[in-house]
Design a protein around this ligand. Structure first.
Ligand SMILES: Nc1ncnc2c1ncn2[C@@H]1O[C@H](COP(=O)(O)OP(=O)(O)O)[C@@H](O)[C@H]1O
Ligand SMILES: N[C@@H](CCC(=O)OP(=O)(O)O)C(=O)O
Length: 377
């Protein structure tokens, strides 16, 4: 069995043209707190090895909050959002300085990309994020992505960079996602106990049955523990992207194809990237109730949603926001980007587009949700 895993892990990494590599706070900071330049340099050496060989790398790096603690005289990660945001504001600059200097040792340039959920779910913003990342890659510059912590409120927050990394991997159509943490693999129980064993590969959900997956990592540093990594692996593998999970200290081995860590196999072919984001990265701002005919049109015939089929509107949203479409029983059947503000919709319900166009003008010929902006749930 081990031989089979070895071969698969090696081919998967060595044949990948585009890799998204995520590194957690716990792998970039020293035990005393603050950025550990030796650890940053070791990671950068491994990533620069890829780009020097003509391969494409996107780095998703946590560490802004951790790097900002010491300069602000804080000992542990603050619990309140405002202080976390202040720490991120101080730390993000330090983090980028460390990466800029470290990659410069390899004559490799970097670019900072800070994202919020909104940036990647609203159609215009999604295209912007995609275009910027593609252009950086084309310019042989390594994008260094983090959540835009200083402006992200609870509502619009990814909350953990594991999920952000999975979504970025889908956005840029990565061939593989590499999650680097302070633990060398997924274990079947608490790895600090010594009795747990490494899980070399995960092919489907049943391989995860009976495993104790902890929610916390090193005190005061990372967020989410192993739970958010396994969740990120679910998102990426569901988007057709295999995932390798190992420790940052094994980054060089992992990126050169050694069968270290845990390999999560892709479970299905890739869905359309933007709709994948819509389903996984957004929280709906409202709900539109559909009559039976509209449910049939949207779900079975994959048509756009017209005002005539909407019976009720809930929530406060503006045009471009994600909303859930629910059937007569209130069960969500689809999520889509709505073309009207919540305040405008009640006056349009039940009316045909021809009627609305005559009464209100051609701007009201628009669908409520265009079929290209809809994903079935
Ligand atoms: N089943 C498990 N297998 C491996 N690690 C686990 C498991 N359950 C909990 N963990 C813990 O998760 C931690 C990694 O999470 P975290 O500190 O949030 O990482 P990062 O900062 O890299 O995102 C590890 O240090 C480990 O102790
Ligand atoms: N955006 C935050 C990272 C939050 C996060 O997910 O941290 P980690 O669990 O260490 O990957 C920061 O830069 O501090």
């Amino acid at each position: 069995m081990v031989g089979v895993h070895d071969g698969e892990a090696r081919d998967l990494i060595t044949s990948a043209r585009r890799l998204v590599i995520k590194v957690g706070s716990s792998s970039l900071t020293s035990a005393a707190g603050g950025l550990d330049r030796a650890r940053v340099d070791a990671l950068v050496d491994a990533v620069a090895g890829l780009t020097a060989a003509g391969r494409e790398a996107v780095l998703v790096s946590s560490g802004a909050i951790a790097a900002g603690l010491a300069p602000l005289g804080l000992r542990t990660r603050p619990r309140d959002l405002a202080t976390q945001q202040a720490a991120a504001s101080v730390g993000q600059g330090l983090l980028m300085r460390a990466y800029t200097e470290s990659f410069a040792r390899h004559d490799q340039g970097v670019g900072q990309v800070l994202l919020t959920v909104d940036d990647v779910t609203r159609r215009g913003h999604y295209r912007n994020a995609y275009r910027t990342l593609e252009r950086l890659i084309a310019l042989k510059t390594v994008p260094i992505v983090n959540e835009n912590d200083t402006v992200a409120t609870h509502e619009i927050r990814f909350g953990d960079n594991d999920r952000l990394a999975a979504l970025v991997a889908a956005l840029v159509h990565a061939d593989v996602l590499v999650l680097l943490s302070d633990v060398d693999a997924l274990y079947d129980g608490d790895p600090t106990r010594g009795t747990a064993s490494r899980i070399a590969e995960v092919r489907n959900e049943s391989d995860l049955a009976g495993i104790t997956i902890g929610r916390t990592g090193r005190a005061g540093v990372g967020t989410g523990g192993m739970v958010t990594k396994v969740e990120a692996a679910r998102i990426a593998t569901g988007a057709g992207i295999p995932v390798v999970l190992t420790s940052a200290s094994r980054a060089a081995e992992a990126l050169s194809g050694s069968a270290v860590g845990t390999l999560f196999h892709a479970v299905r072919a890739r869905p359309a990237a933007r709709l994948f984001w819509l389903a996984h990265a957004t929280s709906p701002r409202g709900r539109l109730s559909l009559d039976d005919g509209a449910v049939r049109a949207v779900v079975h015939r994959r048509l756009s949603l017209l005002p005539a089929g909407v019976t009720a509107v809930e929530g406060i949203f503006t045009a471009g926001d994600p909303v859930d479409l629910v059937d007569a029983a209130g069960t969500p059947v689809a999520r889509g980007l709505v073309n009207y503000d919540a305040a405008e919709l009640p006056g349009l319900l039940g009316r045909t587009t021809a009627e609305l166009s005559v009464a209100l003008g051609p701007a009201y010929e628009k669908e409520v949700v265009h079929r290209d902006d809809l994903v079935l749930l």
